[in-house]
Design a protein around this ligand. Structure first.
Ligand code: GDP
Ligand code: FE
Ligand code: FE
Ligand code: FE
Length: 196
């Protein structure tokens, strides 16, 4: 018997089919790995494992949507007009949650928020938000300088892990002369002191 997701009215088998249909094989493997990683972190830090797993599984659901679809969602849901100045990397979380609600009927506010901020973070993240944000960064396929330290911090302290990840993301964006979304800087300013 496949696991059942009551709030979606779907078996795991059917949900996986829907997720898989939205993305490349590589990204599908990534989301399965983030699901598993998020459940592990949830266990360690006393977070709801079911919510962490479902948020992990769905966090990149909208990553491969065309720009036109995001623009439609920004207008339809009367979201901040400034979002139109950004791109897929910012949209797939911040705007992606509206697609997830439309396609899957997901209503859980805590899960939706964790997906919303999984790329840019925010001030005062919930522990569920932190688990998903960090799991995305450290899942086993990830390989970059600093991932070892990020994995160690993730087991030890969620706030330090969020700080270390945000520092790494900001450095990465600056090195490549990529614009930083203001909310990413808010996350940085709010969490960076945890590293000291
Ligand atoms: P992924 O979806 O699993 O690849 O991971 P994320 O959702 O965490 O990040 C997606 C991309 O967005 C990465 O390349 C990040 O470096 C990038 N990103 C993170 N924060 C920002 C930001 O503030 N501005 C921009 N332009 N890109 C960002
Ligand atoms: Fe993402
Ligand atoms: Fe991330
Ligand atoms: Fe991801």
């Amino acid at each position: 018997m496949s696991k059942y997701y009551p709030e979606l009215g779907l078996t795991r088998e059917k949900l996986l089919k829907k997720v898989k249909a939205q993305m490349s094989k590589k990204r599908y493997e990534h989301v399965l790995a983030v699901e598993e990683q998020a459940i592990k972190l949830a266990k360690i830090h006393g977070v709801d494992e079911y919510k962490a797993g479902l948020a992990g599984l769905l966090h990149d659901y909208a990553k491969e949507l065309p720009a036109e679809e995001f623009k439609r969602l920004i207008k339809k849901y009367d979201l901040d007009k400034d979002l139109l100045n950004w791109g897929n990397n910012v949209w797939h979380g911040m705007v992606g949650i509206y697609k997830i609600q439309e396609d899957l009927g997901l209503k859980d506010k805590e899960i939706l928020h964790a997906i919303k901020v999984h790329t840019v973070g925010c001030k005062k993240m919930s522990d569920l938000d932190k688990v998903v944000y960090v799991a995305d960064y450290i899942e086993p396929h990830r390989d970059f300088p600093g991932v070892y330290k990020a994995r160690c911090l993730a087991k030890k302290d969620l706030n330090e892990a969020v700080a270390y990840e945000t520092r790494g993301t900001v450095k990465h964006l600056i090195d490549r002369e990529i614009k930083i979304y203001p909310q990413t800087l808010e996350t940085y300013n709010y969490y960076i002191d945890y590293l000291k």
